[in-house]
Design a protein around this ligand. Structure first.
Ligand code: GAF
Length: 372
C-alpha cells in the first residue's frame, strides 16, 4: 500500500495501523444539519487513507502524499493550511480530556479535487478513527464525528454542521445514512440503485466560487436570526410554515421556506425508498435544487446548467449537493439514459466554453474503518 511505503520512507519502521475514511455525497437534506434537521448522505468510494503510529511525546509529524514535504508540529496552534484539519482532531480530543499524545502520520487522499465531496471530513475522521484505537479512547463513531466537527468549527474555523463527519464515520456500504441532526439518531437505509436499474451520477463542476466560505456562515446566521424572530430554538421547530412565513421577510423568509420544506422532502424520500420506488424520488431532488437556487441562494450557473442539462438528457431528478457555489451536482438516471445525460451535460458545458465536468457514478460505500 502506498501510504505504508511512504510511512517507511518518511519515518522509518512500520505504522501501527492503516485507517480509511470516505468522503460523502448528500442525496437530500441540504443546509438542514445546522438547523437541527434531517439529512440523507452516503459515503463515496473515495476518501483518505492514513498510516499512523503513536508517539511518546506530544509532537505531530504528518506528511500528505498530495502536499509534498512532511511537517513537524510541536505546538498545535502553529499548524497551517491542510495540516490544521489533522492537528485540529488532536486538539479537539485533548480539549475533551482524552489522553491523546503525538503521532506520526502519512495521509493519502483520492477524493476528486474541487468536487465538494468532503475530503476535509474524510481527513478528520480518518485521523480521529486512528487516534481512537491507538489511544484506546473507546469512542463511538458518532463521538468521533463530533470531535471531527469540533476540530473543523473551532480549530479550522469553518462553522459546518455534523452531516459530513457523521456520513464519513457511520455510513454503510449499499446504504444511505438517514440522520436526525437534533437527536443524532441514525438509520442506514438500503439504497440499491443497480437493483432498480438506476445510477446516481456525480457531476463535478470543478469550480469553487470564492464567496463560498463567507456565504456559508451568512446562511447559518440568517437561519439563526429567523429562528430567534419566530421564538423557536431552531428552524426544525417550525410547524406552521405559512404562519411563520407571514411573520418573516427578505432573506430570513426565504431561508426558512427552504429549510422547513427540505426537511419534509427528506422524509418523503425516505418513504419512497422504503416503498422500493427509487425512480419516484426524482421530483423531490428537482424541488430541492430549485429551493436551494431560489430560496437559499447557494447555487451557481455551473450547478444550474448541470442540473438542467441532466434533466434534458432524461435524468429522473437532479440537484446540487453539498454547501453550494460550485462542487458537484447529482443526477438520478435510469441505466438506458446514462449516455444521453452525459452527452447533454458535456455539450451544455462546451457550448458555454466551460471546461468539461467530470462525471462518475457513485455507489454507497462503507464508512471509516481500519484497513490493516
Ligand atoms: C457543507 C457542511 F460542511 C455541512 O455541514 C452541510 O451544512 C452542507 O454544507 C450543506 O448541507 O458540506
Amino acid at each position: 500500500m502506498r501510504v505504508v511505503e511512504a510511512f517507511r520512507e518518511t519515518f522509518g519502521g512500520e505504522p501501527a495501523g492503516v485507517w480509511h475514511a470516505p468522503g460523502r455525497v448528500n442525496l437530500i437534506g441540504e443546509h438542514t444539519d445546522y438547523n437541527d434537521g434531517l439529512v440523507l448522505p452516503f459515503a463515496v468510494p473515495w476518501g483518505v487513507t492514513a498510516a499512523v503510529s503513536p508517539r511518546e511525546d506530544d509532537v505531530v509529524r504528518v506528511r500528505s502524499l498530495q502536499a509534498g514535504e512532511p511537517l513537524t508540529v510541536e505546538k498545535l496552534d502553529e499548524a497551517k493550511g491542510w495540516a490544521r484539519y489533522v492537528v485540529g482532531v488532536f486538539w479537539a480530543l485533548r480539549e475533551a480530556g482524552h489522553p491523546v499524545r503525538g503521532a506520526d502520520l502519512v495521509v493519502d487522499g483520492d477524493v476528486p479535487q474541487g468536487a465538494g465531496l468532503s475530503s476535509s471530513a474524510a481527513l478528520e475522521v480518518a485521523v480521529g478513527t486512528a487516534l481512537n484505537e491507538l489511544y484506546g479512547l473507546a469512542l463511538t463513531k458518532m463521538e468521533i464525528a463530533l470531535a471531527a466537527q469540533r476540530a473543523e468549527n473551532d480549530f479550522v474555523g469553518m462553522p459546518c454542521g455534523i452531516m459530513d463527519q457523521a456520513a464519513s464515520a457511520l455510513a454503510e456500504e449499499g446504504k444511505a445514512l438517514f440522520m436526525d441532526c437534533r437527536s443524532l439518531g441514525v438509520r442506514n437505509v438500503p439504497f440499491d440503485l443497480a437493483r432498480h436499474g438506476f445510477q446516481l451520477l456525480i457531476i463535478n463542476t470543478g469550480v469553487h466560487h470564492e464567496l463560498a466560505d463567507g456565504q456559508y456562515a451568512r446562511r447559518r446566521q440568517d437561519c439563526e436570526n429567523a429562528a430567534k424572530r419566530l421564538g423557536v430554538a431552531s428552524l426544525r421547530d417550525v410547524t406552521d410554515l405559512s404562519g411563520a412565513l407571514s411573520r418573516l421577510s427578505g432573506d430570513e423568509r426565504r431561508r426558512t421556506q427552504h429549510v422547513v420544506t427540505e426537511n419534509h422532502r427528506v422524509e418523503a424520500v425516505i418513504g419512497l425508498l422504503r416503498a422500493g420506488v427509487v425512480g419516484e424520488i426524482g421530483g423531490l431532488l428537482n424541488a430541492s435544487h430549485l429551493s436551494l437556487r431560489d430560496q437559499f441562494e447557494v447555487s451557481c450557473p455551473e450547478l444550474d446548467v448541470a442540473v438542467e442539462a441532466s434533466l434534458r438528457g432524461r435524468a429522473r431528478g437532479a440537484r446540487m449537493t453539498g454547501g453550494g457555489f460550485g462542487g458537484s451536482a447529482i443526477a438520478l438516471v435510469a441505466d438506458e439514459h446514462v449516455r444521453a445525460v452525459r452527452d447533454s451535460v458535456t455539450g451544455a458545458y462546451a457550448e458555454r466554453g466551460w471546461a468539461a465536468p467530470e462525471i462518475y457514478p457513485a455507489t454507497p460505500a462503507s464508512g471509516a474503518r481500519r484497513l490493516t
